[in-house]
Design a protein around this ligand. Structure first.
Ligand SMILES: [Zn+2]
Length: 52
């Protein structure tokens, strides 16, 4: 998925499969802004029912 830094507009190409959990957090290489990329829900193949 494509992620944009809200601060400077730099774009990053993120591999959905490398995102652990619901979101990925990383710092922008240009401006040090903390980017939180949320995984699109439709990429979740089987939504886990809340058992735990
Ligand atoms: Zn930035």
């Amino acid at each position: 998925m494509l992620v944009f830094c809200e601060e400077c507009g730099r774009k990053y190409l993120l591999d959905n499969e490398k995102i652990e959990g619901m979101e990925a957090r990383f710092k922008c290489e240009s401006c040090d802004h903390l980017i939180v990329a949320k995984k699109p829900e439709d990429t979740l193949k089987d939504p886990t029912p809340s058992e735990k």
